[in-house]
Design a protein around this ligand. Sequence first.
Ligand code: FAD
Ligand code: SIN
Length: 517
Amino acid sequence: MEVDFLVIGSGLAGLTYVIKVAEKFPDKKVLVVAKGGQEDSNTHFAQGGVAIVQLESDSFEKHVQDTLTAGDGLCDEKIVRMVIREGPSCLSDLVNWGVDFDKDSKGQYDLGKEGGHSQNRVVHHKDITGEEISRALIERLDQLNNVKYLTEHFAIDLITEHHFEPRTISDSVTCYGAYILNEINDQIITVRSGITVLATGGIGQIYKQTTNPLIATGDGIAMAYRAKANIKDLEFVQFHPTALYDPKESPSFLISEAVRGAGAILRTIDGRAFMQDYDPRADLAPRDIVARAIDTELKNRGDNYVLLDCTFIDNDTFSTHFPNIKSRCLESGIDVHESPIPVSPAAHYVCGGISVDEYGQTSIRNLFACGECSRTGLHGGNRLASNSLLEAFVFGERAASQSSKLIEKVDLKITAPNWKSTGTVTSKEQILISHNRNELREIMQNYVGIVRSNERLERALKRLKLIYLETEGLYKKEKISVELCELRNMIAVAYLVVTLSQKRLENCGGYYNIDLK
Ligand code: FAD
Ligand code: SIN
């Protein structure tokens, strides 16, 4: 298959890119592929909303300062300023594409507040903002005749010089498209594209406890790493403080930070409000501080969860803003108006990823990355709540505008080689794959969590190496399945999280190693 633009991933970042290039070039072919179904993305599950300056009492400068403070000195200030200034245009495009953000009785956007924000500035659709954004953008996609959207199509690898025979030796790598596995009929398609975009989302699934859906296995980051792109800051895994505590449920259901923004308070099981002991901003301190405080309380007390007390929030206010959270809690027998919600931290977001410039250009020619799989410099050591949907839009848009300039110069005459192997793995091997996947998630949960140490990191690395050798053994038989590819990707990403953690020499943002200052 030959296309002008290949986009891997249909979350907010990928879809923004697609809509922008498809609108600009009605005669060019745009292909967007996604593994699983339309709902399988982190975007779909986003709750709190999108941080965009609106109120007169607010300003770009205040949002910039909040972002820099959360990032703990590691943000790229130029990028922070740029992204935040583009907030209003993000809002107007999303609204034009049909996203319905909640308004108050005066017709103004109803603005939520979350940890680390000095102002109310989070536009949202109840507590299902991501579902609403996905719905509207997919409907917009349907109106674009030059876009082909293939769900259940899994990207295996990027096509680069490394796949050509004889291998061309060059200092810089170029991307020529990707190998895509049709999950329904197991056919592997060679997609030759002028420009390729990775918008594959996060890595939460490398942890046992995560808010991320099953698709979040870091595929784009692993593909880019294998293709020799620069990867940065993966040690900054963000743990959300308040996932519903239910050991039987995976992924964990999120209790939005906006609930604390509406006044909810964290307490130990015996009712003590503890956040004031850790930070003057108490329950609305940035996420890394709250997650670490909960972790400390749990370890000191030997408890499995803390409580999020919403019982004193006005019933109507809670029900209007958080209907989904209310009904999910009821399914677990918790009436949020009567009893506090048991919560514990869970892996939620990765601040690092594929290193890109201000246009989403990676270190590989004709390859862009945007959204959670990319590392733009916006988040530094810790992402400010509700800044990632904003980033996904802004970089989707900027990558599209840069690609528009590049596409006319791209040479599509070079033919890409076809994928070599045939066949799929046997069911016996599938069991080995799922054992290794579970083991990897345990390792990361136990040794590479909120609090790390040199010894824990070393243990994790040793165990990952074993899983790596076993998995490469299966892969070298040249048989393929989504599960095997995902496991390979998870190993690569976990390896990067551990080794980049080992290279970090001081604690900062969401990174905390007890052996460092
Ligand atoms: P995603 O939305 O994750 O999309 C990734 C896409 O890539 C999917 O379509 C997937 O199928 C596809 N894909 C992945 N690998 C492959 C492959 N190998 N082949 C083909 N396709 C592939 N952020 C906020 O700013 N505000 C919030 O309120 C908020 N709430 C959140 C709540 C939850 C429960 C979670 C999990 C995250 C939340 N976040 C929030 C974070 C935010 O949702 C994500 O960072 C953001 O949606 C990422 O968008 P994306 O487009 O980069 O990736
Ligand atoms: C939440 O609603 O708490 C999630 C917000 C985010 O991850 O930015």
